[in-house]
Design a protein around this ligand. Structure first.
Ligand SMILES: Cc1cc2nc3c(=O)[nH]c(=O)nc-3n(C[C@H](O)[C@H](O)[C@H](O)COP(=O)(O)OP(=O)(O)OC[C@H]3O[C@@H](n4cnc5c(N)ncnc54)[C@H](O)[C@@H]3O)c2cc1C
Length: 457
């Protein structure tokens, strides 16, 4: 840490005023913005990239999971646990050819019984349409760099983009930056969690002969997860494909040394292994600019080495080339905001329900090793999104849940989507009734969420 400082005195124009300001237009943020605007709030969404969707399009492959884990428990009922606006987005994606919908796993059903695959470019179009339809003002290419405080109450944020430094005043601010950039700068207690988790960098390859690859994997008993279905090809029906690459001797040592796993992947179109998740890096603090820059360079190198190895040694990859890498390293865990309730693994696996729950969820990323009991689902209470000690602020996404094993459930895409919908509606109700998030009538919020199609049991 430097001991030298410069003092800056700045006059920043207040160029925007709104009811609800959503910081970060990723997985949780897009749902929060649509939900807030549909509930009548003047809503502004600020996103640092040029598109919306965040890690849902730049880290995650299939969305986990709208459903419960019924395939791991013979006789269990199949239940769509996450509904509401999240489900509506998938319906819209299916309508315009952007998703084959919810797909039952042919193999790997006790990890996740149903996965949902989306075309990321079509998602970008659909989600911009939905923003415009609901009246959200979207500011892209813009960083939220500070919180505007009055005592311990957040009154707005400072943004920086090509127009320079500007202020946005808001009745309620929602932090969906993943890294808790607003909550941290507002003075909320944040716990750093990067030691126990990893950064990841999935990538995609074109020119892959998927049927030839699958034949090789099946001959060698390497397939761990598969979904077959129609992807508009006469010869290729592999949509989801995970395999144990370490079974090939030359990869065993290489992957051990490079700390790679799997891979688990998705193939959306013929000849395209669109998403290959294998590369990771442990113990990187992704809120440290230098550490993140170094990690990015290391992981990009690992991606290219793995791609070359696949091309050289695995049937089906002979003519393959890397055709996609994410905008940046995928981050699983950085700052966790200390909230009024912190979800525990015990609550998750034992299907705990709460009087003030605002969403339900039924997937755990460590299944079948850690499973939610009897294909059930648990609730997340409104309190889990309320930072301690700070007013005027709600948080949602991968920045809640301080226990690693519990986070392995709440951090997944479909959970973050449902969280976003809940806090968006909450913030709009706060503006409408002129109350602080801490004072909001939660039963009124639950009724509003039910009315917009959210399943609350
Ligand atoms: C490698 C990897 C693989 C994964 N695989 C899966 C999977 O297969 N299935 C699954 O369900 N989940 C998966 N996950 C987990 C899941 O994708 C994420 O946990 C989830 O998408 C996080 O959602 P979020 O809304 O909290 O954050 P994000 O979706 O990352 O959204 C945060 C948004 O805020 C923006 N932002 C950040 N800081 C600022 C700022 N200061 N100003 C303005 N904008 C800002 C970002 O650009 C981003 O758009 C994976 C995660 C990783 C890293």
């Amino acid at each position: 840490m430097s001991k030298k400082f410069i003092r800056e005195v700045k006059e920043t124009p207040v160029n925007y005023e709104c009811d609800v300001l959503v910081a970060g237009g990723g997985t949780a943020g897009v749902l929060a913005a649509i939900s807030a605007a549909r509930n009548g709030a003047k809503t502004i969404l600020v996103e640092r990239h040029s598109f919306l969707g965040g890690t849902m399009l730049n880290g995650a492959g299939p969305l986990h999971s709208f459903f419960n884990l019924y395939k791991a428990f013979p006789g269990a009922e199949k239940i769509q646990v996450v509904r509401g606006i999240s489900s509506e987005i998938i319906d819209r994606m299916v309508e315009c050819g952007g998703s084959p919908g919810h797909l039952e796993q042919d193999k790997g059903g006790s990890y996740d019984s149903v996965i949902t695959i989306i075309d990321w470019e079509i998602f970008k179009e659909v989600i911009f349409d939905m923003m415009m339809e609901s009246g959200v003002e979207v500011l892209l290419h813009t960083m939220v760099v500070d919180a505007i405080m009055d005592g311990n109450t957040v009154k707005g944020v400072i943004i920086e983009g090509k127009s320079g430094r500007e202020a946005i005043m808001a009745k309620t601010v929602i932090d969906t930056t993943g890294d808790a950039d607003v909550a941290f700068r507002a003075g909320a207690n944040c716990i750093k969690k990067h030691d126990t988790s990893a950064l990841g960098m999935p990538f995609g390859m074109g020119g892959v002969d998927m049927p030839r690859l699958l034949a090789f994997l099946e001959e060698n008993d390497m397939v761990t997860q598969i979904v077959r279905g129609d992807k508009g090809s006469e010869t290729d029906d592999v949509l989801r494909l995970g395999f144990d690459l370490k079974k090939v001797p030359i990869f065993a040592e290489f992957m051990e040394k490079e700390e790679m796993w799997g891979p688990l992947g998705v193939s959306r179109y013929e000849g395209d292994y669109s998403y290959i998740n294998s590369v990771k890096l442990n113990a990187v603090d992704a809120t440290d600019t230098k550490a993140l820059s170094e990690a990015e360079i290391i992981m990009r190198k690992k991606v290219m080495s793995l791609a070359r190895m696949l091309k050289k040694h695995i049937p089906g990859f002979e003519k393959a080339y890397v055709n996609w890498t994410p905008v940046g390293a995928g981050v699983r865990y950085t700052r966790v905001v200390e909230c009024e309730h912190d979800m525990t693994l015990d609550e998750i696996v034992n299907c705990k329900r709460f009087d003030d729950e605002v969403m339900l969820y039924g997937f755990h990323d460590c299944a079948p090793r850690i499973m939610i009991k009897d294909a059930g689902y648990y609730g997340i209470p409104y309190r889990a999104f309320l930072p301690k000690k700070i007013e005027g602020l709600l948080v949602a996404g991968r920045l809640i849940t301080s226990d690693w094993a519990a986070h392995m459930s709440t951090r997944n895409t479909v959970s973050c989507m449902a969280q976003g919908e809940a806090v968006g509606a909450a913030a709009a109700l706060c503006a409408k009734h002129n109350v602080n998030p801490r004072e909001l009538d939660v039963q009124m919020l639950r009724k509003t969420l039910r009315d917009q199609g959210v399943f609350l049991g």
